[in-house]
Design a protein around this ligand. Structure first.
Ligand code: NAD
Ligand code: DAU
Length: 352
């Protein structure tokens, strides 16, 4: 049997595939459209690995997906493929709906066609795991309880609206066609291979090249940070043990304001790679115009996955952030590769 991982050359997808093949011998077919956010080099260490194959293509190509499912006798799809950056969804929403909604629809249709050819036992054993986000729930006030799986969907950005739509689509395939779906709604991830448009890698990169560290608004927006390896472990567990149709919130139990996160990164860099002038990287912090519709606070109540499956985050934020800073310091070539061309255009357009 084989699993099909979509969006496998992105941040979480590549961490998941590397993690999967370090723990299991079950083959993986990686599918990725290699948008600006996808980097086949993230999976370069698997080049000679017989258990892995990489296919350059889109989840929107139902014929291609159908062929991959049949050739690999795939028993599960894990769908990471998406446009994932909130700021880009504000500048240009359309690709978010093309990929996250229509792409997911074509992927689901390909799966439905494939399952129609399988016997009942294989159909029952099959899983479609859709990787979603806490942003579908909207924003929290300072004293609101954390998001549970029963919170209403109140998406505020085009990105969140497209992810909410895809979650609804997946649900409808379960209810209407009996597809054995699983959905995970996770909080902010950080760790190796994250594209430096997102807060943590952007700040590390900008700090080292002497640029401003842009803080939107007052920097008091709260996110619930989770180390990417912990997210991958949660997905593995949900895939293997969760009942079909289940939805799980996954979070870090680690709420922090953006300004505090950035100051912590600066302190780590001050210790590990001091500035030549002896000043702190925190001197580079610059408050900039806020993101429109910026959600003030996210927090995940992960008690259901802990109770049902025994999952809880293993990596504390201080430890995870230190590992992450270390990874970016050790992978200057990777950063140089992904921050050329199109990346520079985005930074120039967005930050001016
Ligand atoms: P990412 O932007 O780093 O990676 C997305 C990957 O999907 C890229 O490799 C890209 O090339 C690929 N892709 C885009 N369109 C595609 C298409 N049509 N067909 C095939 N591949 C396509 O994103 P990420 O941060 O790794 O997020 C992965 C998933 O997890 C997304 O669905 C995202 O919504 C969700 N998520 C992310 C976070 C987070 O903090 N990063 C948290 C919760 C949920
Ligand atoms: O909550 C899960 C979500 O986390 C995922 O679904 C998204 O795919 C992922 O991108 C992330 O969304 P955020 O918008 O929370 O992540 P981002 O890293 O873009 O921003 C984190 C916080 O930092 C947010 O409050 C905005 C702020 N920020 C971000 C950037 C890029 C800044 O203050 N300055 C910046 O330059």
């Amino acid at each position: 049997m084989t699993i099909l991982v979509t969006g496998a050359a992105g941040f979480i997808g590549s961490n998941f595939v590397l993690d999967w093949l370090s723990a299991s011998n079950e083959p993986v077919v990686s599918l990725d459209a290699l948008t600006y956010a996808g980097n086949a080099g993230n999976l370069a260490s698997l080049k000679a690995d017989q258990r892995h194959s990489f296919v350059h293509g889109s989840i929107g190509d139902a014929a291609l997906v159908g062929r991959l499912l049949r050739q690999g006798q795939v028993r599960a799809v894990i769908n990471f493929a998406a446009e994932s950056h909130v700021d880009r969804s504000i500048t240009g929403p359309a690709p978010f709906f093309e990929t996250n909604v229509m792409g997911t629809l074509h992927l689901l249709e390909a799966v439905r066609g494939y399952l129609a050819e399988l016997d009942e036992a294989a159909r029952i054993a099959f899983r479609f795991l859709h990787v979603s986000t806490d942003e579908v729930y909207g924003t929290l006030g300072p004293d609101d309880p954390a998001f549970t799986e029963t919170n209403p969907y109140l998406p505020n950005s085009p990105y969140a609206a497209s992810k909410a739509s895809s979650d609804h689509l997946v649900r409808s395939y379960r209810e209407t066609f009996g597809l054995n779906t699983l959905v995970t709604n996770c909080s902010n991830n950080y760790g190796p291979y994250q594209f430096p448009e997102k807060l943590i890698p952007l700040v590390i990169h900008n700090a080292l090249i002497g640029k401003a560290l842009p803080i939107y608004g007052d920097g008091q927006q709260v996110r619930d940070w989770l180390y990417v390896g912990d997210h991958c472990a949660a997905i593995r567990l949900v895939l293997e043990r969760a009942a079909p149709g289940a939805t799980y919130n996954v979070g870090g139990n680690n709420q922090m304001a953006n300004l505090e996160v950035v100051r912590t990164i600066c302190a780590l860099l001050d210790a590990r790679r001091p500035r030549p002038d002896g000043k702190s990287y925190a001197d580079q912090i610059a408050f900039v115009t806020d993101r429109p519709g910026h959600d003030r606070r996210y927090a995940i109540d992960a008690s259901t996955i802990e109770r049902d499956l025994g999952w809880r985050p293993a990596v504390a934020f201080g430890e995870g952030l230190a590992r992450t800073v270390e990874w970016y310091l050790d992978h200057a070539d990777w950063v140089a590769d992904v921050t050329s061309g199109a990346y520079r255009d985005w930074i120039a357009r967005h930050y001016g």
